[in-house]
Write a protein that binds this ligand. Structure first.
Ligand code: SAM
Length: 301
């Protein structure tokens, strides 16, 4: 019998969100792998649990993989936790899960909060289809490239962001995606939980107005950043998808053009090529027709 790896979600602020199952799981394992043992010890003290604990963070996750094999071989149980929320979601743990899979370990998720889903459901934006992008790149060029890719995304977009970057990020979103609907939530499950909804431009104005709690926190955090102090406060941004993106935007234009070109070169008529492509890619006939007409023109030149 191989061991068990439990992926345990922990509270993102409110300790009352600890479920009996989280408690009993943490109490039952042989080892807890924690992103930061100094954070998790507070949780364990609150639960009155004493356990062997080792750190497992972005910089040492690889070195912990041998432990997984060892625990699998001796049929022991490990719990993986991050500082807050669901492990692996913008947090370490994916290499541990990969290793556990290759060791044939039983992997059991123990549910609990994740800021992503909570922010999504209070946003008022469509929740039936969404994309989680985690943290956007900080480097301007990479940020621009990422936003360029997200521009035509039709699904609701969920982003994590540090408070000192919120205003910068909102500006970048507004510049590249346009003045969309957005919902920003901060301090989920905590005393000062707050959600601000509206167009990106209106939210930027709102956050610049000192009366909102968020604005105070953002300012404080920006000052703290300037003075190299630890930045507190947690924010999630939920942005409306692009409702105007045409069906053609979903699909690689190069792939589509090549497919049409090939059909025309094979001797198919424009009408048949358009019909076949429309069906294969589930696109609007009129859009494919315009594209195909251009390609036919090029081929005939
Ligand atoms: N694994 C975590 C989860 O499941 O939500 C996320 C970890 S990620 C390193 C931390 C980011 O999550 C924060 O910068 C913030 O964007 C978001 N976050 C975490 N807790 C939050 C809270 N209580 N309120 C709002 N956002 C939160």
């Amino acid at each position: 019998m191989p061991g068990i790896l439990y992926l345990v979600a922990t509270p993102i602020g409110n300790l009352n969100d600890i479920s009996p199952r989280v408690r009993s799981t943490l109490d039952s394992v042989d080892l807890i792998l924690a992103e930061d043992t100094r954070v998790t010890i507070k949780l364990l003290n609150h639960l009155d649990i004493k356990k062997r604990m080792l750190s497992c963070h972005d910089f040492n996750e690889k070195s912990r993989l041998s432990l997984i094999k060892q625990f699998a071989d001796s049929a022991q149980k490990i719990a993986l936790v991050s500082d807050a929320g669901t492990p692996l979601i913008s947090d370490p743990g994916s290499q541990i899960v990969q290793e556990a899979i290759s060791c044939d370990m039983n992997i059991i998720p123990i549910p609990g909060p994740s800021a992503c889903l909570l922010a999504l459901i209070v946003s008022g934006l469509p929740c039936d289809r969404f994309v989680f992008e985690g943290f956007l790149p900080v480097k301007p060029k990479l940020l621009q490239e990422r936003l360029e890719k997200l521009k035509n995304e039709e699904r609701t977009i969920v982003l994590y962001e540090a408070p000192h970057r919120i205003l910068k990020t909102l500006q970048a979103l507004s510049n590249q995606l346009g003045d969309r609907d957005i919902s920003i939530v901060r301090e989920l499950t905590k005393k000062h939980e707050e959600t601000v909804r509206g167009k990106i431009s209106a939210v930027i104005n709102k956050l610049s107005d000192d009366t909102t709690l968020g604005a105070k926190a953002i300012k404080k955090s920006a000052d703290a950043n300037r003075n190299n102090k630890k930045i507190l406060g947690e924010y999630v941004l939920v942005i409306a998808g692009n409702k105007t993106a045409s069906d053609l935007d979903r699909i690689s234009q190069t792939e589509l053009k090549n497919a049409i070109k090939q059909m025309l070169k094979q001797g198919k008529t424009l009408k048949t090529a358009v019909q076949d492509i429309t069906q294969a890619y589930k696109l609007k006939r009129s859009e494919v027709y315009t594209l195909a007409l251009g390609i036919q023109k090029q081929l005939n030149e």
